[in-house]
Design a protein around this ligand. Structure first.
Ligand code: NDP
Length: 477
């Protein structure tokens, strides 16, 4: 019997993906650069399904049904290229190579183009949900040709997470579309985490709550519209006590957030595309600031306001205010992320169905949330929606949040609690809805020092003012 799919790269992600496939009744060929991982998998989990271990590239390829489908799950970058170079010469026209690692979508575009020349399908696919997701049902975001999805789609849909019976897997679009969408998913994840972390900081700083109390607040929030995996795990982390010291766990962890790079990619591409994804950018910068140990040490004595916690009526409503501010800021962060997908789609000709993307993020992945039902519905109702903010329920939520959103940020400013995520979300919102922006003045400045010209509100064409002359005469440019 031959295998319907093979997995090469059997570290934690690849191993769990292979087990997930086998548990769903698919025969899986196994391969890893160093043989031990292959042996270990068969030894420990061989009884979970049908595995065909292979100890050479040729053996692996020979174990597969045609069209062959090979999932590569190795370190992103040069290792992925090395594995592709090893297998591509052994494959035949119509075979499918899947890169399920966290590749940059530009690398995926390059690899897809090269392999297409050889008649091979290359599918860059996003996989979210970490090792647990890989085993029990991840959210899967495959790019590549529609033909490749015909054979691969049923398998991936089978092993993906399900929400209301719908698989959390859909064909995203050609070449790098899958990895692009996975990248933005991670960017949104950064923004969401930052907003939740700021909410914690606000409840502690303005109300003097202990982490365990804040865990209770988050648990309550998790029963409402903020119901999400990230809120749920935040409550668990906050409720956890360090065994060694008896202190809240969150107080014994070094406050320097690390990053593996997908958030940074999202921001870099956001800049290239000219999409204001300020929520994601602030989240990445907040991690960078936290990690700037020397800068922070040197700045520790800088003056700030006195931090008198809130009291009276303001204190009583504050947690609810933060919930509203968090929800509104979250809508902004997602609106920005979806706009980036829209812009990427337009730039690279991908035609991405945003409603379908929201739908497959409802389960399996790190940002899974009830909220995504509404996002999906909003785009299904109006595929060309310019921003989530104008869609019915979200518009209403943001309207209801107005006073709370502003007062929470005002409190943060007054007490000196840093809330870059909340503040940038509101600034973006106010910027979008503004009748007139000071960008007009910026155009004037640009024309003054660089003769960059400007357009007028009342006439067609470009103009330049002779700023250096006393007449300051205007002429068409
Ligand atoms: P690692 O990223 O730690 O990679 C280890 C695997 O890569 C091993 O199988 C290793 O083989 C193989 N490898 C490394 N270099 C080479 C090479 N030059 N040639 C052949 N094989 C090589 O494994 P993970 O399971 O953590 O992650 C796999 C992929 O999934 C990565 O791209 C990662 O970014 C992504 N990932 C995604 C997550 C998600 O939530 N979606 C979570 C974690 C990871 P050997 O055993 O011989 O050393």
């Amino acid at each position: 019997k031959k295998a319907s799919i093979g997995v090469t790269g059997l570290a934690v992600m690849g191993r769990n993906l292979a087990r997930n496939l086998a548990r769903h009744g698919h025969t899986v060929a196994l391969h890893n650069r160093s043989e031990q991982r292959t042996r270990d998998l068969v030894e420990q989990f061989g009884d979970e399904g049908d595995f065909i271990p292979a100890y050479s590239a040729q053996e692996f390829v020979d174990a597969l049904e045609r069209p062959r489908q090979i999932v590569i799950m190795v370190k992103a970058g040069a290792p992925t290229d090395a594995v592709i170079e090893e297998f591509a010469p052994l494959l035949e026209k119509g075979d499918v190579i899947v890169d399920a690692g966290n590749a940059h979508f530009a690398d995926t575009r390059r690899r897809e183009a090269a392999l297409r020349e050889q008649g091979l399908h290359f599918v860059g696919t996003g996989v979210s949900g970490g090792e647990e997701g890989a085993l029990h049902g991840p959210s899967i975001m495959p790019g590549g040709s529609p033909e490749s999805y015909e054979s691969l789609g049923p398998l991936f849909e089978d092993i993906s997470a399900k929400v209301d019976g719908a698989p959390c897997c859909t064909h995203i679009g050609p070449d790098g579309a899958g990895h692009f969408v996975k990248m933005v998913h991670n960017g949104i994840e950064y923004a969401d985490m930052q907003l939740i972390a700021e909410s914690f900081d606000l409840l502690r700083g303005a109300l003097g709550y202990e982490p365990a109390q804040i865990a209770d607040v988050f648990r309550t929030w998790n029963t409402g519209r903020l119901d999400s995996y990230l809120i749920e795990i935040t409550a668990e982390v906050l409720a956890h006590t360090d065994a060694a010291t008896g202190k809240p766990f969150v107080d014994i962890v070094t406050d320097q957030a690390e990053q593996k790079g997908t958030g940074r990619w999202t921001v870099q591409i956001g800049l290239d595309l000219g999409v204001p994804i300020s929520g994601i950018a602030e989240a990445v910068f907040a991690r960078s600031l936290s990690g700037s140990a020397n800068l922070r040490a040197a700045s520790r004595g800088l003056p700030g306001p006195s931090r008198t916690p809130l009291s009276g009526a303001a204190a009583e409503t504050f947690a609810d205010d933060v919930e509203r501010a968090l929800y509104a800021s979250k809508i902004v962060a997602y609106a920005q992320g979806f706009n980036q997908i829209q812009a990427g789609g337009a730039e690279y000709g991908w035609d991405i169905d945003l409603g379908a993307v929201a739908k497959i993020w409802r389960g399996g992945c790190i940002i899974r949330a009830k909220f995504l039902d509404d996002v999906s519905a909003a785009y299904a109702a109006e595929p060309g929606l310019p921003t989530l903010l104008t869609s019915g329920d979200f518009r209403k939520a943001v309207e209801d949040a107005q006073d709370s959103w502003r007062s929470v940020i005002a409190t943060a400013v007054r007490l000196g609690i840093p809330t870059p995520g909340f503040a940038t979300a509101l600034a973006y919102y106010d910027g979008l809805r503004a009748e007139r922006l000071p960008a007009a003045l910026v155009q004037g400045q640009r024309d003054f020092f660089g003769a960059h010209t400007y357009r007028r509100v009342d006439r067609e064409g470009s103009f330049h003012t002779a700023w250096a002359t006393s007449e300051r005469a205007e002429s068409p440019a």
